[in-house]
Design a protein around this ligand. Structure first.
Ligand SMILES: [Zn+2]
Length: 195
């Protein structure tokens, strides 16, 4: 199972072709609008899409680099939710979000009036979006959905924990961002009654 070898930066040439199929009507050139105001972009939808795709590819490469530098070496096919958590904690050192500890006088203050020595972390929203992109990238690169380490229960629980603790530490509520999460039903027992 070596279909995961796309981490080599040299093999990215095929994926640099951004999917334009949404607006690609072959050889059909629409007539220009009468008032040629050139300020409007051709298609904002595809721009947004490719920005997401670019970000996803960058994230995927970052994770691949993380795996390559991992000691002991770690292949994607052996990667579990625990390794994803390891990766997320590793990213915290590059974080820019101050998360106050319980001992900090500014705990629960969204806008502290003075600096404090509390650590900087990755904001929950960034991690949540990152995991979403990596989860999609994993399957686009040949990973099986049921083996997706980014969809592991431990990762979901960790993200929820980060969200709650950051909400408390900064006195802000993430509830307004609440959205429907796909609920994974518990696996059904096999229906064949083996005696
Ligand atoms: Zn603090």
């Amino acid at each position: 199972m070596n279909s995961f070898q796309e981490f080599d930066s040299s093999s990215n040439s095929d994926s640099t072709v951004i999917n334009l199929s949404a607006g690609n009507t072959s050889n059909f050139t629409p007539p220009p609008p009468p008032s040629s105001s050139s300020s409007s972009p051709p298609s904002s939808a595809s721009t947004t899409l490719s920005r997401y795709e670019n970000q996803k590819r960058r994230d995927w490469n970052t994770f691949g680099q993380y795996l390559r530098n991992h000691r002991p070496p770690l292949s994607l096919s052996r990667c579990s939710g625990a390794h994803v958590l390891e990766f997320l904690r590793y990213l915290d050192q590059f974080g820019k979000t101050k998360v106050h500890t319980h001992l900090c006088p500014f705990f629960g203050h969204p806008n502290p009036p003075a600096p404090c020595p509390c650590p900087l972390r990755q904001a929950w929203g960034s991690l949540d979006a990152l995991i979403g992109r990596l989860r999609a990238a994993f399957e686009e690169n040949g990973g099986k959905p049921e083996a997706n380490p980014f969809g592991a229960r431990a990762v979901r629980l960790y993200l929820r924990e980060v969200r709650d603790s950051q909400a408390k530490a900064r006195g802000i509520s993430y509830e307004k961002k609440k959205r429907k999460r796909p609920q994974h039903p518990p696996p059904l027992p096999p229906s064949n009654n083996a005696s």
